[in-house]
Design a protein around this ligand. Sequence first.
Ligand SMILES: [Zn+2]
Length: 289
Amino acid sequence: MSLLHPFSIDLEDWYQGIESPFSAWAGKEERLHQGMDKLIALLDASQTKCTFFVLGWIGEKHPQLIRRLADAGHEIASHGYSHEKVYDLSPQKFREESMLTKTILEDCSGQQVVGHRAPFFSITEKSLWALEILKECGYTYDCSISPVKTWRYGIAGCPEEIFRIKEIDLLEFPVSTFSLLHKKLGIGGAYFRIFPYWFFKKAFQRNTAANRPTMFYAHPWEYDPAHPRVEMEFKAKLTHYHNLKGMYARTEKLLHEFSFGTVASVLAQAEAAKKISTYSLHELSSTQA
Ligand SMILES: [Zn+2]
């Protein structure tokens, strides 16, 4: 059997992906199902199980959807509650959100929720304190650190493979990357829409041959090209709206060409193979590109 790569979806509506604050969500056009119907069709057609990092707020609004995903064998994990960047929250607020979301999602899924991904990959050098709080709240793994440094997120020089954080015994599965002209770029989301498909195919081919599980991430609104257009600054607009029309076919190809599973199943595979390195928090905060 070929190597299993993790397929992950940050389960949120379109207006949560554009940095609109929690206070502005009321009254926005709800379109979650437009993207989710397409995604579920893609997953069903390829018989893929994936990890949904679900906003606690979405879990409250759509408990039947979360239950349906869990019953279909997908993994339910946390994407926080308010979609605020972790480095903009106080540790106390982050703890409240992490606990609340875990409770909401466990109630509606019937699963134990042990995985977490921060909105906008916002665990950076400014917010490494969050990892310890996750462990205290009962999470066993996190997928929030990006080795690609952008204007919004990233820790340059962060390890690129699954690692264990020594002091707190928490697993981290960082954003997977590929290189283009000596620049690192992420695998998934806007990158997957902006750059040619064959860049990603090559990265998955290379990593499969090297036995390196490679994280793919996307959002339901990326499968709903007709969602509302709102004005925002150039970089945010490019990353949010570019080539939404191509996303479905690209994902279909990727799911056809490689094998994907939940993050939990890939972590279990790596743990069984004893392939996990250990790093201390100090090493993470002092790494440089
Ligand atoms: Zn998000």
